[in-house]
Design a protein around this ligand. Structure first.
Ligand code: FES
Length: 130
């Protein structure tokens, strides 16, 4: 009887150690989010009110409205062309997708909104990262 109890205890300890090891291993197997890198930084004074400051080469638009600042990726979510920013909105010249000023899809073929990038005010500059 004592031998059976000892065997059960050993099995319990072994199972507990195995579960703990798997849980620890799982921590390393989960994909980690890619670290954000700084894409651009612009003087706050250069960002026009109720308009957008476009960085064509970096394919980023910084928008300033009554609530503050946000940045949109100008990489079209359809097939990756660069979206143009005009007075009437955001337009992809490749296949004609149209996005609103918040990046939402107005007309396809794109089905996903333009991604928002992370912005942070550092001193007198706005830093965009993603
Ligand atoms: S790549 Fe923009 S609509 Fe196709």
């Amino acid at each position: 009887m004592a031998e059976l109890r000892q065997s059960r205890r050993r099995l319990t300890v072994t199972l507990t150690a195995g579960i703990a090891a798997l849980a620890g291993l799982g921590r390393f197997l989960r994909p980690r989010p890619a670290p954000q890198r700084e894409i651009i930084s612009a003087p706050l004074a250069d960002i026009p009110a109720d308009s957008a400051l476009v960085f064509r080469e970096e394919r980023v638009a910084i928008v300033r409205n009554e609530s503050g600042y946000y940045a949109l990726s100008l990489v079209c979510t359809h097939l990756g062309c660069t979206v143009s920013v005009g007075a009437s909105g955001l337009f992809c010249p490749c296949h004609g997708s149209i996005f609103d000023k918040n990046g939402g899809v107005v007309r396809g073929p794109a089905t996903r909104p333009l991604p928002r990038l992370t912005v942070a005010v550092r001193g007198d500059r706005l830093v965009v990262s993603g």
